[in-house]
Design a protein. Structure first.
Length: 359
């Protein structure tokens, strides 16, 4: 049964220099996009009571309250449903946040990235640090009790001391969740063709990551990139990591329904004209399912349960992956747990290398 929904809102007033996500400045296409999005939801959604709904982007907070309400009105949720929207500090005010609360949103993810105004400007963010603080204050006034901020480390001209200041600020804020990402310069972003000077080297970025784990004492490090106060873990993201199914609606959205992983069209014209067609869809083979279980399981701090994996895939995990497990338990990157294995903090740092050996 599919109990989670991701909705992609692709609009941005301008693109940040590190961003390679599917987003566009064509705000004038909002009405047509909304029409196609509602058509897609009507076609695929079976009316299940949802545990989580997540509006990502782009900048979902560029949608009017009545536009967001039209989307939510298509979905079946109750007071226990976690309903998240990503907001930019420059695109919300008190009236807007009250409107979000009024139509059902109960979790905010604030695109902060840094609290250093010079760095925010260099990476193309439209807000300053004061606007982040104001957004959090207004969110509290609107009685949001589940607030997350995004932080990026390894930004151009960012030193370890500067990042420590960001962490100190995070610790002082009345928030419940932090998502922490290392700067990635992927094809499709401004920085890919205009590579910035003074990007912290790998060692400095590793120090930043480990410092965050050390300094964010009020938050539990429950997943490679996520920290939460107890009870405020992102239910929506945990749904992904625990391999549960979810609908993905909107341009470039990905979903996993009835054992099929799919993705939607990534261009406006194709999606607007064919919102009920998928660009790609496939059943996962048993081997792909096994690899996904390992890959997603190791992302979570508690790690993988080999008893569950052995039973589900009829394998002996310890025998099948003995060489890899021996190699990385000896180096301290993988730690044996009561039910299986997990990555250490040092293991998280090189998780892509480790996990590639299981594939």
């Amino acid at each position: 049964m599919t109990n989670s929904v991701y909705i992609h809102i692709p609009f941005c007033l301008s693109k940040c220099k590190y961003c390679s996500f599917i987003s566009f400045p064509n705000i004038d296409k909002k009405v047509g996009y909304l029409y196609s999005l509602l058509k897609e939801i009507d076609y695929y959604y079976k009316g299940e009571l949802l545990n989580t709904i997540y509006f990502g982007g782009g900048t979902p907070s560029l949608m009017e309250i009545n536009e967001l309400k039209k989307i939510l009105d298509k979905l079946n949720f109750n007071q226990d449903t976690e309903i998240t929207i990503e907001v930019n500090p420059d695109s919300v005010d008190e009236k807007y946040l009250l409107g979000l609360k009024d139509i059902g949103f109960n979790r905010l993810s604030i695109g902060s990235q840094s609290f250093d105004d010079n760095i925010l400007s260099q990476i193309g963010r439209r807000h300053n640090s004061n606007q982040i603080f104001q957004t959090i204050e207004l969110a509290q006034k609107a009685e949001f009790k589940n607030i997350s901020v995004d932080l990026i480390y390894g930004l151009p001209n960012q030193t370890l001391d500067m990042f420590k200041k960001d962490l100190n600020i995070v610790n002082s804020l009345p928030i419940q969740h932090v998502s922490l990402y290392g700067l990635k310069i992927d094809e499709g972003c401004y920085f890919y063709k205009h590579y910035p000077e003074h990007v912290p080297d790998d060692d400095t970025q590793a120090d930043m990551y480990l410092t965050a784990i050390e300094q964010l004492k009020d938050f539990e490090h429950y997943e490679i990139s996520n920290f939460a106060q107890k009870g405020f873990e992102s239910k929506h993201n945990l749904n992904y990591w625990k391999e549960n199914e979810y609908y993905g609606f909107g341009i470039a959205a990905h979903g996993f329904v009835d054992g099929i992983r799919y993705s939607n069209y990534e261009t406006f014209d194709k999606y607007l004209n064919n919102p009920t067609e998928r660009e790609f869809g496939k059943f996962l083979t048993v081997q792909e399912q096994l690899e996904e279980s390992i890959f997603l399981g190791f992302r979570i701090a508690e790690g993988i349960n080999i008893n569950t994996i052995n039973e589900r895939f009829n394998i002996n995990f310890d025998s099948k992956y003995k060489n890899i497990i021996d190699k990385y338990t000896q180096t301290g990157h993988i730690i044996k747990t009561k039910n299986g294995y997990k990555l250490s903090n040092q293991g998280f740092l090189v998780s892509n290398i480790i996990l590639s050996e299981f594939i």
